[in-house]
Design a protein around this ligand. Structure first.
Ligand code: EPU
Length: 302
């Protein structure tokens, strides 16, 4: 969606928000699928309430894009203005056994920065792509670790109140790949309470997780990680594999040969290709196992 009203453009600029016109969004997502839209890059969190109030007043629908690693965007001109937080030069601040992290920070780099300061616990999250904010929103996890376990406090823009609020970790419900944040809340910064450990010990844990991940996941291909959540007590990847669906494709959307719960953009896949593949695989799993798989990837329907 394009912003063309000169008054609105001037008001946005006055807030210190950068307005990028007609940005191609596919490169901003790990699936590399998606069309174009105007992008508003927010440098100061404090600008958010007023920015969103302006967009609402102008009747402009908007959506917030984080690290883009767990989202499937539509093609063509998107029906929303896209908001994104600017990356900061110093996005992790260590204070004793805790780290104050900007939500635009890369999750992997955050884990290593904390490690270098002898703060561990999050080793399992090392290869999880995306931003800290995205990881928080969905309570990202791997190898027995989930980010929610380390959250002491989160600063969040709450769409319901139009204000920036601070929530204590205990006030947030962190479940398997799900949290109590509203879909239109925007994570701004988080204080993580970590475990004091020697760097060498943390590094060893990181290496083990990296090796496991490299051995089982298609890390060099365009994907959104696992496409489905695991059903209670089961494994979506194993079921899809048992159905012989590795390599199964719709257009350029393909079930990975390495891990069957990773769906790959093998070239120029569209959202429609990916959605058809998701529906087809879900139907086959339902027919064979009587299990209804739920998407982990967040689908933006245009
Ligand atoms: N399996 C197969 N074939 C496959 C894939 C898996 O037989 O194609 C089998 C494995 O051999 C294993 C079992 O299924 O016995 C479970 O596989 P894996 O250890 O790879 O774990 P997963 O349940 O498929 C989950 C998370 C991953 C996370 C890993 C490691 C979900 C949906 N997936 O995968 O998270 O990295 O455990 O902890 O919870 C993600 O959320 O995007 C993601 C990649």
């Amino acid at each position: 969606m394009r912003i063309s009203d000169p008054q609105l453009i001037a008001a946005i600029s006055k807030l210190g928000v950068e307005h990028k016109v007609g940005v191609s969004l596919a490169p901003k997502t790990s699936l590399e699928i998606g069309g174009t839209s105007d992008l508003l890059v927010i440098r100061e969190h404090e600008a958010l309430p007023e920015l969103i109030a302006l967009l609402k007043q102008a009747g402009m629908p908007h959506r917030f894009l984080g690290g883009g690693s767990n989202v499937l965007l539509p093609d063509g001109e998107l029906p929303w203005v896209i908001l994104q937080l600017a990356r900061r030069d110093t996005d992790v601040r260590i204070e004793g056994a805790s780290a104050l992290v900007d939500c635009a920070a890369d999750l992997g780099r955050t884990v290593t920065t904390c490690a270098k300061n002898n703060l561990g616990g999050m080793e399992g999250l090392i290869g999880v792509p995306g931003s800290v904010g995205g990881a928080l929103r969905m309570n990202a996890g791997a190898y027995g670790t989930q980010i929610g376990s380390y959250v002491r406090e989160v600063q969040v823009y709450r769409a319901a109140t139009g204000r920036i609020e601070t929530l204590r970790g205990a006030e947030i419900n962190f479940e398997y790949r799900h949290t109590s944040f509203a879909p239109d809340d925007i994570m701004l910064s988080v204080r993580l309470e970590l475990l004091s450990k020697p760097y060498s010990e943390i590094l060893q844990g990181i290496r083990i997780c990296n090796e496991k991940r490299r051995a089982s996941q298609p890390l060099n291909q365009k994907s959104a990680g696992c496409i489905f959540k695991n059903p209670p007590g089961g494994s979506a990847g194993r079921m899809i594999d048992e159905l012989g669906l590795k390599g199964h494709s719709v257009g350029d959307a393909r079930v990975s040969d390495r891990h069957a719960n990773f769906f790959i953009n093998a070239g120029h896949a569209t959202q429609a290709d990916m959605l058809e593949l998701i529906d087809d695989v879900r139907k086959r799993v339902r027919e064979r196992y009587g299990v209804e798989l739920e998407e982990e990837v967040i689908v933006w329907k245009g």
